[in-house]
Design a protein around this ligand. Structure first.
Ligand SMILES: [Cu+2]
Length: 358
């Protein structure tokens, strides 16, 4: 209601200013030029405003880059991440370079060649050489960028299960949460289908497939640092997207099929917490939280807990009402810590017999 009233008040103020400006215009005797055609004075003002606008935009851009840099991602926590970041950086630099030249010139020329009563337009038909140059340069640059992108993509997406000793992990998405399924000692996931979902078997693992017996299902994603992980993604219901920004990884999770993604984590959760960039980021977030908490306690509500960095697997497809909260904690740790955690988990077989004995 307050918002609505504020909008109404602002609108009314706007209308009154507009009406007042009309009165001033009518009452001023000085200005007798009522023509709708722009005169030199109008052109001068418009030209300067046009140029000023582009300067304002660039100033705003620089301000945002500096002021909001704590929202950027730190260095990648996966092996392929630097390749991805390079591609992104080169693309952004190119786009910005071209955009500053084209937009800058566009606005500068509209200022420089602003209308003047004495100026006459020059008829300039075409220039083949000029057109050739401005066609061929983007063609070469774009082709280079696309080829570079394709190589990077193939490099990242080249998933070879035979190479090294990759960890096979299933990421299972459903409205509105995630589960992980580890392949167990045999490192082979048992078959699964949503039709088998029953009781504790919430992921629909095929009980007749012996490969599934040692599978481990969890609501946290633990990964040993330095070991390649191959994710097999499965959805129970609608389209989801597994998004792990710190690892520069994202892949759609599509019902009815298994999609894949792979990366090698190189920075543990602890490593990331100790990065200077993250320490600053966490400090910024906690400062905001403390201020919010003051407000909350003043209203007699619970204050916010202080924030500590953790990796998360997020859903990046708007999949329904609670999409915003569809996330799972992701822990990257040493091989020993990972083994220790794994030991505490129950296998699928143990879960089933526990259910049977109940
Ligand atoms: Cu989702």
């Amino acid at each position: 209601m307050t918002v609505f009233l504020t909008i109404v008040v602002i609108a009314l103020i706007g209308i009154s200013i507009w009406q007042m400006s009309k009165i001033f215009k009518l009452s001023s005797v000085k200005n007798t030029d009522n023509s709708e055609v722009a005169n030199d004075e109008d052109n001068n003002r418009q030209g300067k405003m046009m140029f000023g606008f582009v300067i304002f935009l660039y100033a705003l851009m620089i301000f945002c880059f500096i002021n909001y840099r704590s929202f950027f991602l730190p260095e990648a926590a996966s092996e392929h991440g630097s390749e991805y970041d390079n591609l992104m950086f080169i693309s952004m630099v190119l786009i910005m370079f071209v955009q500053i030249i084209t937009q800058g010139l566009l606005h500068f020329f509209s200022y420089k060649y602003r209308g003047k009563k004495t100026n006459r337009a020059l008829f300039y038909a075409d220039n083949d050489k000029l057109e050739f140059i401005w066609t061929i340069i983007p063609v070469i640059v774009l082709a280079g960028l696309i080829i570079y992108g394709l190589f990077t993509w193939t490099d990242i997406m080249n998933i070879d299960e035979e190479e090294g000793d990759p960890l096979i992990v299933e990421l299972y998405a459903y409205q509105f949460d995630w589960r992980t399924r580890y392949a167990g000692a045999d490192n082979v996931l048992g078959k699964a289908n949503v039709r088998f979902i029953e009781g504790v078997n919430t992921l629909g693992v095929d009980e007749s497939d012996s490969y599934g017996n040692d599978d481990v299902i969890s609501n946290e994603l633990h990964l040993p640092v330095g070991r390649k992980v191959i994710f097999k993604l499965r959805s129970q219901d609608v389209l989801h997207s597994a998004y792990m920004p710190f690892f520069r990884a994202q892949m759609n999770v599509v019902p009815g099929m298994i999609t894949e993604f792979s990366y090698t984590p190189v920075l543990t959760t602890e490593d990331m917490r100790e990065k200077e960039f993250m320490i600053d980021k966490v400090a910024t977030i906690n400062k905001i939280r403390r201020e919010k908490s003051k407000e909350l306690t003043a209203n007699g509500e619970e204050p916010l807990e202080s924030y500590e960095f953790d990796y998360y697997l997020l859903c990046n497809k708007i999949c329904g009402a609670s999409h915003y909260n569809m996330q799972m904690k992701l822990v990257v740790e040493s091989e020993e810590e990972y083994e220790e955690w794994m030991k505490q988990q129950k296998t699928f077989k143990e879960e089933l017999s526990a259910q049977a004995s109940n």
